[in-house]
Design a protein around this ligand. Structure first.
Ligand code: ZN
Length: 95
């Protein structure tokens, strides 16, 4: 390899992050809408598997953020507030 691959600090952090307990992207996708409902509807944080997956998987994290923004209306929240609540829940709850 002659070219250097530049990894951002964030990418490195994601790649080296402990993503246990493990969850597949498919399982994450199946659970995320119910998890958002529980979080926004009754302040129940996502289960550990889901939190770990969303911290470590950029694709699912982005999808979850989009979904949070989409359902925000149903809970009388601004989209940005819903996304922030999701991020706070996956980074702090039970950690
Ligand atoms: Zn994923």
């Amino acid at each position: 390899m002659t070219e250097d691959t530049v990894l951002s600090r964030e990418t490195i952090a994601r790649l080296t992050l402990n993503t246990e307990p493990w969850l597949s992207c498919d399982a994450c996708f199946e659970q995320v809408d119910v998890a958002l409902e529980a979080l926004f509807g009754s302040s129940v944080p996502p289960v550990a598997e889901l939190r770990a997956h969303l911290r470590g998987c950029a694709t699912c994290h982005e999808e979850a953020q989009s979904l949070a923004a989409l359902v925000a209306d149903q809970y009388d929240m601004a989209a940005s507030v819903a996304v922030a609540r999701l991020d706070i829940a996956i980074t702090t709850a039970g950690a």
